[in-house]
Design a protein around this ligand. Structure first.
Ligand SMILES: Cc1cc2nc3c(=O)[nH]c(=O)nc-3n(C[C@H](O)[C@H](O)[C@H](O)COP(=O)(O)OP(=O)(O)OC[C@H]3O[C@@H](n4cnc5c(N)ncnc54)[C@H](O)[C@@H]3O)c2cc1C
Length: 309
């Protein structure tokens, strides 16, 4: 659109942002969707999605491509941009980006920037991050075929990715601060692998190695505080996520964990600014709930834009 002004700018092209884009453009809004990376968000790093209604089993990357193609068929504008700030100037918001001096203007903004993996912050983590320690089994798992791997964490992501890794590695050790907390069905499946050992109630102390990662030292959080050391070729960490919301801190719409506070219409406390998906304060962070948020946010934003036009 001329002079970079849109009815609705959507920041983030994961399932929340892409669904918002579909609903917004079908409401006759001019729409721009921005993402610092390829469209798809966390779906790109997901081996298999088995719980998105109506699709059966398919890879996260396939679902991401289908969603993006849907936005493109409808004519949604997309650009690779890292958003660094949103200013609320009343009826027109301004959006600034890291890559260049382009300033976008929008009557409404939908923030759908999701989360990034949390890190343990223990010795050795920085040294081996990206060359031994990974946060994405679907991206890096193949490097560890027929090798020994440790997974840190016990939630849904940890267990789902462990099931994938158990199928390609010779030995998989799961080290988790509590017990497994993922879906019981997935936990049962993981426990059935002969090559999997699970150590619950453990605190990771350090990652060891000199010229490559060689193992993980951890200790029981129970009274005995027994220390253990497991040799491995690679580590995958799944210990939760942090909200990608630093760029929006000045709007005063975040809770103390950095998530965006929204009402049931996905409105923030700033008129014309909406949140959707994992970035919002919510209980269930999944593709289907992100899509639902995106649809609601776009509908609310379109009603708002019509009201101020
Ligand atoms: C390993 C793993 C497995 C999973 N498996 C499943 C599953 O089987 N089923 C399921 O339903 N869910 C699964 N999930 C959860 C699901 O992927 C998320 O709930 C969902 O992707 C959230 O969508 P979102 O659009 O809110 O955010 P995201 O998917 O995180 O997308 C956010 C987008 O915003 C972009 N962004 C961030 N900051 C900026 C910025 N400043 N400027 C521009 N762009 C920015 C990011 O690059 C990203 O593309 C899994 C997650 C993981 C990590």
């Amino acid at each position: 659109m001329e002079n970079n002004t849109y009815d609705i700018v959507i920041v983030g092209a994961g399932p929340a942002g892409m669904t918002a884009a579909i609903y917004a453009i079908r409401a006759n809004m001019s729409v721009l969707m921005l993402d610092r990376l390829s469209p798809g968000g966390q779906m790109i790093n997901t081996n298999e999605v088995e719980n998105y209604t109506g699709t059966g089993k398919l890879s996260g990357a396939e679902l991401a491509i289908k969603m993006f193609e849907h936005t493109q068929e409808l004519g949604v504008a997309f650009d690779y941009k890292t958003v660094t700030g949103i200013a609320d100037n009343g009826p027109l918001k301004t959006i600034t980006c890291e890559e260049d001096d382009t300033v976008y203007q929008a009557r409404a903004v939908i923030l759908a920037t999701g989360t990034v993996p949390r890190r343990l912050g223990v010795p050795g983590e920085d040294s081996w991050a990206g060359s031994g320690i990974s946060w994405c089994a679907i991206c890096d798992g193949a490097q560890y075929r027929d090798k020994e791997v440790v997974v840190i964490g016990g939630g849904n992501s940890a267990v789902e990715e462990s099931i994938y890794l158990a199928g390609i590695t010779t030995r998989l050790t799961v080290v988790t601060l509590f017990d497994l907390t993922a879906d019981p069905k997935a936990c049962d499946l993981l426990r059935r692998f002969d090559n999997v050992t699970i150590y619950p109630y453990q605190e990771v102390l350090e990652f060891t190695g000199t010229d490559r990662l060689t193992g993980v030292r951890f200790k029981s959080t129970k009274e005995d505080a027994t220390e253990r050391y497991v040799e491995c070729d690679g580590v995958f960490e799944y210990i939760g996520f942090e909200a990608s919301s630093q760029a929006f801190a000045r709007l005063g719409i975040l809770d103390r964990t950095g998530c965006i506070k929204v009402d049931s219409h996905m409105r923030t406390s700033v008129p014309g600014i909406y949140g959707a998906g994992d970035i919002t304060v919510k209980h269930l962070r999944q593709i289907v709930t992100a899509c639902s948020d995106g649809a609601v946010a776009a509908n609310s934003a379109a009603v708002y834009v019509e009201s101020i036009k």
